[in-house]
Write a protein that binds this ligand. Structure first.
Ligand SMILES: *[C@@H]1O[C@H](CO)[C@@H](O)[C@H](O)[C@H]1NC(C)=O
Ligand SMILES: *[C@@H]1O[C@H](CO)[C@@H](O)[C@H](O)[C@H]1NC(C)=O
Ligand SMILES: *[C@@H]1O[C@H](CO)[C@@H](O)[C@H](O)[C@H]1NC(C)=O
Ligand SMILES: *[C@@H]1O[C@H](CO)[C@@H](O)[C@H](O)[C@H]1NC(C)=O
Length: 297
């Protein structure tokens, strides 16, 4: 009797502190509005208010999605920095990306609205300016992997030339240039799966801190890889990404468990500089009923 009542009180207490913590969290996000007065995505939108012909929306940001997105990005950055992409100069200061839970939360909240395009305000405690890539892909047979959206982003390299490195301008390459932006150090993506009439769709939003695609700013500094890492950063020559600047002694993780929890796996996934060609193979295996829609910017 006594103990069950105590359990009830405990439960009530836990529930209350959950509610209070939740609303404090909500308030914190609401304080992070943007200079133009627009409300933060985490404050403005509810978790599942998507309509726009989207039904059966499910969150699908699994540990595998996190790991793949992180690795695809770092593999591409490592290849670009190392001068392994014809026509593109080596990068002296390309930063290794790590995962950021706030950026992920924001990305997921926006993805759940099921709108092809971008939100207005995605500021976090750490980053006043956050970049964003959006990709969506549909298939009649199964939910496609977001790595196809990623491939679409980096394929935009064909529209750009190496001149973009010195001074960024807008164009059909903004997804690619955000992926390869040297000063970006954090990424967080949110993925959803849903039905759009007959089509099984996967949409992914990736947020990037500090934002790339800054007008007239260099994408990265040209030079031997790691020769101009930001103060306090250096490259891990023996790692699978030897061309990316990290903090000293940082152990490059191979597997993301959940959120910001990192777990090490013994085997390397993509070999340095190989991700783009591996991805090409993946794309060719996808059945014809594929429809890719990318939003601009
Ligand atoms: C929703 O579906 C209807 C009927 O197919 C179509 O006319 C309309 O444009 C769609 N709306 C959106 C936002 O895609
Ligand atoms: C892309 O996703 C598919 C399906 O999940 C997976 O089999 C494949 O290994 C992925 N490719 C890469 C390069 O991560
Ligand atoms: C580079 O990123 C840092 C934050 O990591 C930011 O404070 C700084 O303004 C950025 N520099 C440029 C040129 O964007
Ligand atoms: C990596 O190699 C470069 C050039 O050989 C060297 O200058 C640098 O000190 C090395 N860094 C580490 C962490 O060993």
């Amino acid at each position: 009797m006594y103990s069950s009542r105590r359990t009830q009180i405990l439960k009530l207490g836990l529930w209350l502190s959950f509610v209070i913590l939740k609303s404090v969290e909500g308030l914190e996000w609401c304080k992070l509005h943007c200079p133009d007065g627009s409300e933060n995505t985490m404050c403005k939108y509810k978790p599942l208010s998507g309509t726009n012909n989207c039904t059966e929306i499910r969150e699908s940001t699994t540990p595998t999605v996190r790991r793949e997105m992180l690795e695809l990005h770092n593999a591409f950055r490592n290849a670009l920095a190392g001068g392994n992409i014809p026509g593109w100069p080596k990068a002296a200061n390309m930063k290794y990306l790590t995962w950021d839970g706030d950026l992920e939360q924001l990305a997921l909240r926006w993805a759940m609205q099921c709108v092809s395009g971008h939100d207005e305000c995605r500021r976090t405690k750490t980053f006043d300016y956050v970049g964003q890539n959006f990709g969506m892909i549909g298939n009649t047979a199964f939910y496609p992997s977001s790595n196809i959206s990623f491939q679409g982003w980096i394929d935009e390299i064909k529209f750009a030339t190496g001149a973009l490195v010195k001074s960024f301008q807008e164009g059909k390459w903004v997804h690619f240039s955000q992926v390869g932006w040297g000063n970006t150090s954090k990424i967080g993506c949110g993925e959803i799966r849903y039905l759009d009439r007959q089509l099984k769709k996967t949409a992914i939003v990736c947020n990037y801190g500090f934002s790339g695609n800054l007008f007239s700013v260099e994408m990265y500094t040209v030079g031997e890889p790691c020769s101009q890492c930001p103060v306090g950063m250096m490259c891990q020559n023996a790692s699978i990404w030897p061309n990316l600047c990290t903090i000293p002694h940082y152990v490059i993780p191979r597997m993301m468990e959940s959120g910001n929890q990192l777990k090490l796996l013994p085997n390397a996934v993509p070999a340095p500089g190989r991700a783009p060609s591996r991805l090409k193979q993946v794309i060719h295996q996808v059945p014809i009923a594929v429809l890719i829609i990318f939003s601009l910017y």
